[in-house]
Design a protein around this ligand. Structure first.
Ligand SMILES: Nc1ncnc2c1ncn2[C@@H]1O[C@H](COP(=O)(O)OP(=O)(O)OP(=O)(O)O)[C@@H](O)[C@H]1O
Length: 228
């Protein structure tokens, strides 16, 4: 589903590469934790998958497309296959839960009929049934992250990218969010999650890819966080 062939990325004006000679294959339906110290290249990896940047060298394949060769007009089609969730939720503040999730479908031109069906179905999946009329500021942090996950997943993307999704949440709430990501993964979606949350990684026992200074230094099946 995602393949990096000898990928390096050096940002403009930087001498040091943010990613160096990364070879990595993530199969359809896998759940992968990306770990590593701050600055090790985790976000850079995720941004290359989304084609927010192009690699300096190497080839990247995502959902059957070679992303560095995509014409600009094909990038929205790529991103439609990828849901994204961030530490800071990024919800639209003046809009209800239902509107926040519906908006993700409106911008890609889905019909009102689809929206009427998919939004409540997805809110139920994330455990927010009955809360569609609330505003984000009327929700707890964990609930806001559930809305963000519903928005990322309402279009049933093949890949879900999560960058520190539990970074702003307490441990108990984080466990709930991880159960939800696990449930989404079990529907067949490929999940790639960058995290500093060692207890979550140790509990979940999924594949762990560790970066250090832009290099993959560990790729472990049913792995652990494994460093301080
Ligand atoms: N837009 C940018 N321009 C220049 N350098 C950047 C840019 N984004 C990241 N970098 C650099 O690239 C390296 C990797 O950063 P990256 O954000 O990928 O690390 P990270 O592992 O996600 O860190 P964190 O855990 O703090 O989010 C760092 O040295 C960082 O300073």
């Amino acid at each position: 589903m995602i393949r990096f062939d000898d990928v390096s990325k050096t940002y403009d004006g930087q001498r040091r590469a943010a990613l160096k000679n990364v070879d990595l294959e993530i199969e359809k339906g896998e759940f992968v934790f990306l770990v590593g110290q701050s600055g090790s290249g985790k976000s850079t990896f995720l941004r290359l998958v989304l084609r927010e940047y192009r690699p300096t060298r190497g080839r990247i394949f995502v959902a059957g497309r070679e992303v560095n060769r995509l014409h600009n007009w094909k990038i929205p089609g790529l991103r439609r296959q990828i849901g994204t969730v961030f530490q800071d939720f990024r919800l639209l503040p003046g809009k209800t839960v239902h509107e926040n999730v519906a908006f993700a479908l409106q911008v890609i031109g889905r019909s009102r009929k689809d929206i009427r069906q998919l939004v409540p179905e997805t809110l139920e999946l994330v455990g927010l049934e009955g809360k569609g009329d609330r505003l984000p500021e009327e929700l707890s942090g964990g609930e806001q992250q559930r809305v963000a996950i519903a928005r990322a997943f309402v279009n049933r993307p093949r890949i879900l990218i999560a960058d520190e999704p539990t970074g702003n949440l307490d441990p108990a709430t984080s466990v709930g969010i991880m159960k939800l990501l696990d449930r989404i993964n079990r529907t067949g979606a490929t999940v790639v999650m960058a995290t500093h949350d060692s207890s979550i990684v140790d509990q979940m026992r999924k594949r762990v890819v560790q970066l250090a200074d832009g290099v993959v230094v560990r790729d472990q099946v049913k792995g652990v966080y494994g460093y301080q």
